[in-house]
Write a protein that binds this ligand. Structure first.
Ligand SMILES: [Zn+2]
Length: 399
């Protein structure tokens, strides 16, 4: 599942193609949409959707909006409230019935009850102080009461989406207790929340303890996984799905793991657009950098890297042109060895995701957002192949 959520996760909804349409194989089994991404979040985040596309989403429903038909019919859609966006607030800013109308109105397959994140995890032998514990319990209670009300209203309104509740805790025991309480309420699907900052060993210990509480048909979802390569460790403990935006966002946010290939990653080659780089624009405006020179060097780096891809230029002059152009940028990191490796290995020639065959070297150039987004889609495809090769259960979610 690829997830759309603020602030770590953001992809602007566009009228162009979706990842599942451009790639040869569907890269995910589900789509997670977050309420504040669609509606905006008063005083904090604006919506990532224009009011036109938001209305279209409400009118057509999430399946038509994302064109989940034909071969994409099996993609599961899930809505949630993006608890990270309001984690710093005292209370959950959404009312339960308002959230239910949102899920129901958009036609989601699954909807997550509004939860409140608990930040902090204590291993055996350590414990939160009294005030912290009081706050943890207050948040756990809000999450539980919301889940109870959520299920009540869901039943009363005869909603067709599957209700999902979130378990939060501050140690393995409190997580296990939260899961057990939600199962008692009648939930079959439970999302484990707030685990993003946890160490792998803490997640594993928590899942181990939680597993004892699970009923035969209970399914666990891991919310917002970042260490995707450790996913297989969690799948044996009742976890049947997870969501992550990491493969997508690493394509342009990560320092060096920008392009996935097999189990490996490559640095994308930065050839910023003179017109699109804030640092360069400042240098030009202040007279420290000659605009024409910058444009010429940008053009030369691009030209050489494209020729190199066609085997019409040699590696060294190509690398030099890239580095010389990059040297115009303030505070640049030395990436010469990484760039050399990317150029030498030509990873874009070894991928058959559906994007790389047509984009060629362009997919690995770090420039405008559309290009970077395409590399993100490619990463999704490679990530999916990794998951499939691990033979773990399939997952769900969007963006
Ligand atoms: Zn590819």
């Amino acid at each position: 599942m690829i997830k759309e959520e603020h602030p770590i996760h953001r992809i602007r909804q566009r009228d162009d193609v979706y990842a599942h349409e451009i790639l040869k194989a569907r890269p995910f089994d589900g789509l997670l949409l977050t309420k504040p991404i669609i509606d905006g979040h008063t005083g904090r985040t604006g919506s990532h959707y224009t009011s036109g596309s938001r209305q279209r989403l409400y009118r057509e429903g999430v399946r038509d909006f994302f064109r989940l038909e034909g071969e994409h019919e099996h993609v599961v859609t899930m809505g949630d409230c993006g608890a990270f966006t309001y984690a710093g607030e005292r209370d959950v800013p959404y009312k339960v019935d308002e959230v239910i109308s949102f899920y129901d109105g958009c036609g989601f397959d699954r909807g997550v009850a509004p939860d409140h994140i608990i930040f902090g995890f204590y291993r055996p032998g350590s414990a939160p102080d009294r005030d912290t514990l009081r706050e943890f319990k207050r948040r756990a209670k809000i999450t539980y009461e919301n889940a109870r009300l959520f299920l009540d209203i869901h039943d009363r309104m005869n909603c067709s989406f599957e209700p999902v509740a979130v378990a939060h805790g501050w140690d393995a025991e409190s997580y296990a207790r939260a899961v057990s309480d939600l199962i008692d309420l009648g939930y079959m699907r439970i999302a484990m929340g707030g685990m993003v900052p946890l160490k792998t060993v803490d997640i594993l210990d928590t899942l181990k303890l939680t597993k004892r509480e699970l009923k035969k048909k209970t399914e666990l979802h891991l919310l917002g996984v970042t260490r995707v390569n450790e996913m297989h460790l969690f799948m044996g403990s009742g976890v049947t799905s997870f969501d992550s935006t990491s493969p997508f966002f690493q394509s342009f946010k990560d320092v060096d793991d920008n392009y996935y290939l097999g189990d490996d990653t490559y640095v994308a080659i930065r050839i910023s657009q003179v017109d699109g780089n804030a640092g360069m624009k400042r240098a030009i405006a202040s007279g420290r950098l000659d605009q024409n020179l910058a444009l010429r060097m940008e053009g030369r780096a691009l030209d050489l890297v494209r020729k190199y891809a066609r085997r019409k230029a040699k590696l060294l002059p190509t690398l030099e042109a890239i580095l010389e152009y990059e040297a115009l940028l303030p505070n640049r990191a030395d990436r010469s060895e990484d760039y050399r490796r990317t150029l030498e290995d030509r990873p874009w020639e070894h991928c058959d995701c559906g994007i790389c065959e047509t984009s060629g070297v362009e997919v690995i150039l770090f420039r405008g957002s559309e290009r970077n987004k395409r590399r993100g889609f490619h990463n999704l495809a490679v990530f999916r192949q990794r998951m499939d090769s691990l033979e773990i259960p399939r997952s769900v979610r969007e963006k």
